[in-house]
Design a protein around this ligand. Sequence first.
Ligand code: GLN
Length: 196
Amino acid sequence: MVTAAPQIGVLALQGAVAEHERSLRSVGAQVRTVRRPAELEGLDGLVIPGGESTAMARLAAPVGLMPAIRARHEEGMALFGTCAGLILTANTVSDAEALQGYDRIGGLDVVVRRNAYGSQLDSFTTDLDVAGLAEPLPAVFIRAPIIEEVLDGVEVLAEAAGHPVAVRQGRILGASFHSELTRDARLHQLFTELAR
Ligand code: GLN
């Protein structure tokens, strides 16, 4: 039996777009970039990359891309938010001043705080035990958000230093780190299976 490859989009306003494309292709997904609402048509899943959430929210505003993503998600499109993408996918951002007045996507019942692991200079890489993965996953943290609170219905897939760093709720996957900056694409594989 031949199953069609899942169609996965990568939000391409700013940030680590090419790296996610490469990781997704390496696990057999059909990948395309998304910059406007019409490009969401027919996608099984969408990756919201790391980068800068305030920049992405501002760039998305003129074409109403954030509410369009939310609407497509409500119709079934899966979401994978990494780092800045996690901030855009979280239902609550506890220090949201710089995002005030701009639409985000929401849907993931967590509270996050931006830049809570420190500055660019405090970036670090660590090996994480992730539920469902047999071997530890290398994870790169760059000005990452901390997941301060996880509400009912959110499954914690991985923790680091006492905080959840990878979570899942229904058809949403969230990670406070960059999983696309290493050659290990097992989290992308997990997402592609979720989206299928
Ligand atoms: N600090 C960034 C923000 O607030 C996120 C950093 C990242 O995605 N690596 O959007």
